[in-house]
Design a protein around this ligand. Sequence first.
Ligand code: AMP
Ligand code: MG
Length: 268
Amino acid sequence: MPNFDEHRIAPGQKVDLRKLESDGKDLVSNPSQLENEFHERRTEIVELGEKLFAEGRQKLLIVFQAMDGGGKDGTIRSVFEGANPQWVEVTSFRKPSAEELSRDYLWRIHKAVPPSGKIGVFNRSHYEDVLVVRVHKLVPEGVWKPRYKQINAFEEVLTASGTTILKFFLHISKNEQKQRFEERIQIPEKRWKFDPADLEKRKYWDDYRAAFEDMMEKCSTENSPWYVVPADQNWYRDLVVASVIADTLKKMAPKYPDPPDVSGIVIE
Ligand code: AMP
Ligand code: MG
């Protein structure tokens, strides 16, 4: 069973995405065997998620960030296939509404964190407030720079209240992004995903890269680690994400609650 700890960013570790693999196919010797492995890990997630829900004490927050076209939607779809909608809650964060903008940037995030017994999945997150907001200068530097510390403090609050946190950066190459955007234009079923704004953002690739690197250097902590997932190949990406989640759930070791004493009960 491959060990994917190599993709985890240690606290304070310098991150240079140009040196980190975006294509997982060279990292494993036997891709065909790994399809089975992925299905096993996904089954574990479903079984452990059910126990987490029954136990009703712990919670898991999973954050996805990526360049546009990085595969956040696809990863969530394949990794959580078969999961019970009663205990997995996905929240997608788009451009903040006027109502959201009139509050602090963590307001909408905090409202969406998972309650006891559930797995919360963030498709984008509070990290947009040090990514798109930084790159496109939506607020001054004096406002976004202190956010790394604020985010670490916010995540500490979640950890202290029993939330386990995992954060995945889906790492694609610039060429892979080009191909995916082209598919969105050419394949009718994918066209709804094409957003001309993404082409504009692509021009800022290097600025985004620097923002992602800073985000991971400053906000990968012992209790709330970032993983850089090679994501050019969907199967490798899905396997890494499913494995890390399954291993984390195993460590959380949820248990069915003790059953009530049923001795002597007769149902008329
Ligand atoms: P999508 O995920 O394709 O639906 O796109 C959502 C868009 O919302 C992306 O372009 C994000 O960069 C943008 N977005 C998400 N959060 C924020 C934020 N806090 N401030 C500005 N734009 C955001
Ligand atoms: Mg989009």
